[in-house]
Design a protein around this ligand. Structure first.
Ligand code: SME
Length: 147
């Protein structure tokens, strides 16, 4: 993951005129720049549930996820990024597409408060590593400033 790629994505977010546009820009930028990111979406906190916002990829049945469920719920509860190399081996996983093999979920935080999260699925196994985590945590920080 090159520094210029992260800068390009963060730049697109920072130029967005509002929160919703910033989320749409983040989703589009990630999907365009990283073709192995098969599904890219943003969930926002609403009480003790995560609500699906902008996304690109197949429609997901999981438009509202309680904090007690899924890899998404776990990342928000733990306030930490979660990488799952093999979704079929993780009992927390809520399936969105039969093709999905791996997933990363990155909380969008303001201080200690979870505002939402970036959720990305890949059709490739173990598609996400430390470089993805670092880049996506910077994207999450950029998004937090707009929400
Ligand atoms: N896989 C997520 C659910 C969201 S869909 O993948 C879009 C989870 O386990 O929480």
């Amino acid at each position: 993951m090159t520094e210029s790629l992260t800068d390009r994505i963060v730049g697109r977010i920072d130029r967005a005129p509002g929160g919703h546009q910033a989320m749409e820009e983040a989703v589009s930028a990630l999907k365009e720049e990283l073709p192995h990111y098969s599904w890219v979406g943003i969930y926002l906190m609403d009480g003790d549930e995560l609500v699906l916002g902008p996304f690109l990829g197949k429609p997901s049945p999981h438009t509202r996820i309680p904090l007690s469920r899924g890899v998404c719920g776990a990342a928000a509860s733990e306030k930490a990024t979660i990488i799952v190399d093999d979704v079929n081996a993780d009992p927390r996983y809520l399936a969105c597409s039969i093709e999905t093999k791996s997933e990363i979920v990155v909380p969008i935080m303001r201080g200690d408060v979870v505002l939402g999260e970036i959720d990305i699925d890949s059709d490739q196994p173990a598609a996400f590593g430390d470089t993805d985590r670092q880049m996506l945590e910077r994207v999450a920080t950029a998004l937090a400033a707009h929400l």
